[in-house]
Write a protein that binds this ligand. Structure first.
Ligand SMILES: C[S@@+](CC[C@H](N)C(=O)[O-])C[C@H]1O[C@@H](n2cnc3c(N)ncnc32)[C@H](O)[C@@H]1O
Length: 256
């Protein structure tokens, strides 16, 4: 079935301003956190996020790519697309000037329809309520035949429970319906932020209902042996990690 219609997002649905308030105060700490090699957040990105995201995006030599919620713009530097666009709700001063950066909200993009070969939202869709509006915008600005890539911290890991001393993961929340966590700090230091939990299938169903075809979904788990070996000397994190639940999930969609 073809879904190549233009979707008009109802912008009056955008009511949640928490991300607009908290991210400007957090961007700097977040950037420092992920580049600081003495934090385990750095390990998780280098071993989990980055290789899998670059693999799913593929070769960008001939493509026009948009990185939504780009942070410091690392993804464009790595993928080196033919034309690189980036946006974020927060001004980003460190982005390479060869990439076209604009302040834009993922839920209300101003790019034209069917414009990008690839759109990416890496660790972004978990920070606001209007997931549907953001996925509709990704669909609208992606070309027919183009792809959208979504990465999230897996919702069954993210603050829904805690590892115990035996390495088991003890779930402490009701995972059947969405909820919100306030005062969340990434890596224990970047924040406080507001995080929106929803069941993992909600992400998939929203992509399907928006008109995307899901091409692949996969999870990345921490390899505890490697983690312990690589982080034993002075990794400054008080967070106990586990390999019992997935850490990152990657969703590749195609606009038909
Ligand atoms: C966890 S960081 C991820 C940054 C980058 N994508 C990465 O993978 O490292 C989340 C980013 O999303 C941005 N963000 C949060 N809400 C947003 C929204 N509604 N529209 C666009 N960007 C948003 C934040 O400012 C922040 O830069």
């Amino acid at each position: 079935m073809s879904h190549s219609k233009t979707i008009q997002t109802d912008k009056t649905n955008i009511v949640d301003s928490a991300c607009l308030e908290v991210w400007p105060k957090t961007t700097k700490t977040y950037s420092l956190l992920i580049s600081n090699q003495s934090r385990d957040s750095h390990y998780l990105r280098i071993h989990g996020l980055k290789p899998n995201l670059l693999h799913i995006i593929g070769n960008c030599r001939k493509v026009r790519l948009l990185d939504i919620g780009c942070g410091n713009g690392w993804l464009l530097d790595e993928t080196k697309p033919h034309e690189g666009y980036a946006c974020d709700i927060v001004e980003q001063h460190d982005i390479n000037p060869k990439w076209k950066f604009q302040i834009q909200d993922a839920r209300d993009l101003s790019y034209q329809d069917d414009f990008f070969d690839i759109t990416v939202a890496s660790l972004v869709l978990i920070w606001f309520k209007e997931l549907g509006a953001a996925v509709e915008q990704m669909h609208r600005v992606t070309k027919p035949g183009g792809k959208a890539v979504i990465v999230i911290v897996h919702p069954y890991f993210y603050r829904v429970g805690n590892p115990d001393n035996n390495g088991n993961f003890i779930i402490s929340k009701n995972l059947s319906k969405p909820f919100k966590i306030q005062d969340l700090k990434i890596g224990g230091i970047a924040g406080p932020l507001t995080y929106y939990y929803r069941p993992f299938v909600d992400y998939l169903n929203i992509c399907i209902n928006t008109g995307f075809r899901i091409r692949q979904v996969f999870d990345w788990f921490v390899n505890m042996e490697d983690y312990v070996q690589n982080t034993k000397n002075g990794m400054d994190s008080s967070i106990v990690r586990t390999d019992k639940v997935p850490m990152y999930s990657f969703i590749e969609c195609e606009k038909e």
